[in-house]
Design a protein around this ligand. Structure first.
Ligand SMILES: Cc1cc2nc3c(=O)[nH]c(=O)nc-3n(C[C@H](O)[C@H](O)[C@H](O)COP(=O)(O)O)c2cc1C
Length: 261
């Protein structure tokens, strides 16, 4: 219910802002919250990839920044999990000036454009779990993500984890877009952090707790590619790790290494 209300408020604000020509995305009256939106049952597994877009330069409530807000969130994920990273970089950079950018994006949405991006990823098949995230632009993920999803139908069926930063709208619209393009994906709990607070230490902790809840952390993913050198489906393996106090509590499940504290 909360999710529906949030989406409805954002959508109304978006329509209202478009109607009165405002470039201000905060018109939805919701501020700065960190929000976690429930997803399908399950945990992250196998080899992991983070796909993201983030715009530096002038932004809502942070002024000019050298590194975009979502990029900071990606830094936290990288610190805490063994992930590969693919950045979606638009061929035509978005205007550095915030007001110019919002006007430009309004046109992009109205014309239903599919902006091109620079590099391509060719080994998506290698990944079982994919984080997908970016900013919220006018109540939704940037159109770049539509370009990306349309080029990558192979994302469907994977475990996908939405995340992003926003100015108050939350990132539930990432889950909606992912489900639109990947109806067979398992979409886990998303995390949205307000762009103005993403640089706070508390946000780093929030990311850490969210990842733990999803079954992701450096220790549980440091062996992500355990492969059996046998055709026996039921082969079993032992892996012992010794802590300084002598406890042996390392085990592998679904190709992930776990350390029991
Ligand atoms: C063109 C544009 C539109 C935006 N629209 C919204 C919006 O509708 N709702 C919202 O909460 N924040 C909105 N924002 C704020 C961004 O989502 C927020 O600053 C985000 O953290 C930017 O992330 P980035 O630096 O990774 O690009 C908008 C920002 C821009 C530049």
């Amino acid at each position: 219910m909360k999710k529906i209300l949030t989406f409805a408020l954002t959508f109304c604000a978006f329509i209202a802002a478009m109607a009165c020509g405002s470039n201000d995305p905060e018109v939805d009256g919701m501020t700065g919250a960190t929000e976690q939106t429930g997803g399908d049952e399950g945990t992250a597994k196998g080899k992991m990839l983070v796909i993201y877009f983030s715009r530096a330069d002038e932004n809502w409530q942070v002024g000019y920044v050298e590194r975009g807000n979502t990029a900071i969130m990606v830094d936290y994920i990288k610190e805490q999990a063994d992930v590969d990273v693919f950045e979606i970089v638009p061929v035509v950079a978005y205007p550095a000036d915030y007001d110019e950018c919002t006007a430009y994006v309004t046109e992009e949405i109205n014309e239903n454009r599919r902006p091109a991006y620079k590099n391509e990823i060719t080994n998506l098949a290698d990944y079982e779990t994919v984080f997908i995230g970016g900013p919220i632009w006018w109540g939704r993920p940037p159109m770049l993500f539509r370009t990306f999803f349309e080029a990558h139908p192979e994302l469907d069926g994977k475990t996908i984890i939405p995340f992003g930063t926003h100015g108050g709208s939350g990132v539930g619209s990432y889950t909606t877009l992912i489900k639109e393009y990947c109806p067979n994906a398992t979409v886990l709990e998303s995390l949205g952090i307000s762009g103005s607070s993403v640089r706070n230490v508390s946000s780093k902790n929030t990311v850490e707790n969210w990842l733990k809840k999803l079954g992701v952390d450096k220790q549980s993913t440091s062996i992500s590619n355990v492969r059996a050198k046998t055709n026996t489906a039921n082969a079993s393996y032992t892996l012992n790790g010794t802590r300084s106090n002598g406890q042996q509590r390392i085990y592998i499940r679904n190709g992930n290494k776990y350390i029991k504290r």
